[in-house]
Design a protein around this ligand. Structure first.
Ligand code: EPU
Length: 421
């Protein structure tokens, strides 16, 4: 099993270029199945979740080419199967998007239940509710979901989500773009990757409006044609490097970001004492001495993202004073990393949805285990700050979502290497 070995103590300095957004890419690549033509998708991050998805698409009969770094060309005109390979589907969470895209294009599919980061119970009842509202018959077992047109066929309809689920919003959008009539998603998720998916679909000829607001409207069209699309930068990867710069007292220019997407993270780091300079498509972060304690509550976009919970927690473990961190999207997310941070000397008391973090002057290196993607990134950050050597195990979780992490941190002056046993 591979692991990262990090020698702590470096202040991060220099610049880092942010890759394409994982959570946009993992929706847009399956959405290419809806297109009757060739899609050229640029700024695709080279991460393991993307590689798995591309293998799944090839298995279904799509022609997938990678003409240049971070560019993927998909031609899904000759798809011959609506049953994605279960073993691959189970390797990642976002494979649930194959349900919406295959239902949307072919009217039926048989998709294994997804795997991926299991930091919480992650039901898909809202996705299913949406497919049913569009007229699908749903057979759901512990192993798979099979979708067929119901007696009255598939058609656009109104769906009101019980919670603003990212996955359900994107899945229903994909299922609706080629249906007759209008699909309206109420209480839709507003994350940047929802807007990016809508922009991709519209570039290919769909009629999606309202993405980024509570109500998304999809007027069905007969066919999507090919085109070229560039994926947005990754909000969470950017936030991770920003937090790492701040907590190491560094000075880092984070390039290729959409500053608006970073507002909540930027203002929290400023509140904790970091200096932030915002440019058109870059943000400079300077850590001015020890960070100060803060109160953070995770919320759906435009709130502070749950996917930054673990990274801001690392900042809190070294901040002056007592911080409060409340999780409102996935209650059990603390358990993926807090014990590991405690083994490095952090002081964290969890009570229900809230962690009370008492800042320490230092953390010490030890061997820790990544239990999910963001927890793993946070442990890397902790290792960068700790005295001595930190070994992070289970790094396959981290490599699902961070492109060239070793190269990017090394270029910023960190001492970090990947060790394959
Ligand atoms: N929920 C339900 N039923 C559903 C769907 C969601 O109860 O049918 C609940 C979830 O349990 C959770 C809340 O609703 O409490 C929000 O879940 P959501 O559906 O928005 O999450 P997701 O689509 O499964 C995406 C990201 C996650 C990110 C969340 C929240 C992708 C592929 N994943 O997951 O990203 O944490 O939104 O923003 O887009 C990550 O990148 O590390 C990651 C886990």
């Amino acid at each position: 099993m591979a692991r990262y070995e990090i020698m702590g103590g470096a202040r991060l300095e220099g610049s880092v270029t942010i890759s394409g957004a994982k959570n946009a890419a993992v929706a847009i690549l399956p959405a290419a199945l809806l297109v009757n033509g060739v899609c050229r998708i640029e700024n695709v991050p080279d991460i393991s979740d993307v590689r798995i998805l591309l293998s799944i698409l090839e298995g279904l009969g799509a022609n997938v080419q990678k003409p240049e770094e971070n560019v993927v060309v998909i031609d899904a005109t000759a798809i011959h199967s609506t049953v994605p390979e279960a073993a691959l589907v189970k390797k990642m969470r976002a494979s649930y998007y194959l349900m919406g895209s295959l239902l949307g294009r072919f009217g039926h599919c048989h998709v294994a239940l997804p795997g991926g980061c299991n930091f919480a119970t992650r039901p898909i009842d809202q996705h299913i509710k949406g497919f049913k509202a569009l007229g699908a018959n749903v057979e759901e077992t512990e192993e798979y979901v099979a979708l067929q047109p119901g007696e009255e066929g598939l058609q656009g309809n109104r769906v009101c989500l019980d919670m603003a689920s990212v996955g359900a919003t994107a899945n229903i959008m994909m299922a609706g773009v080629l249906l007759e009539g209008q699909t309206i998603i109420e209480n839709a998720a507003k994350e940047p990757h929802i807007v990016d998916l809508a922009n991709f679909l519209n570039t290919m000829g769909a009629q999606v409006s309202g993405a980024g607001t509570d109500t998304v409207k999809i007027r069905g069209v007969q066919q999507l044609q090919g085109g070229t699309y560039t994926i947005i930068p990754d909000q969470i990867e950017a936030g991770t490097y920003m937090a790492a710069a701040a907590v190491t007292g560094g000075n880092v220019l984070v390039k290729n970001v959409i500053p608006k997407h970073m507002d909540c993270i930027t203002s929290k780091l400023e509140e904790m004492g970091a200096e932030v300079i915002i440019y058109d498509d870059a943000i400079r972060i300077k850590g001015n001495g020890r960070l100060q304690a803060a109160t953070v509550k995770t919320r759906p976009y435009p709130g502070f993202p749950t996917d930054m919970q673990a990274q801001i927690c690392v900042c809190m473990t070294l901040a002056e004073g007592v911080s409060r961190l409340t999780e409102s999207v996935y209650e059990t997310r603390f358990f993926g990393y807090c014990t590991e941070l405690e083994s490095m000397g952090a002081k964290i008391e969890i009570s229900g949805k809230t962690a009370e973090v008492t800042g320490r002057e230092k953390l010490k290196g030890t061997t820790v285990v990544a239990r999910d993607l963001r927890a793993g990134a946070a442990l890397v950050m902790a290792g960068l700050c700790a005295e001595g050597t930190t070994r992070v195990e289970n790094i396959h979780f981290i490599e699902r979502g961070y492109e060239n992490l070793i190269e990017k941190f090394t270029a910023l002056g960190a001492t970090i290497r990947r060790i394959d046993d």
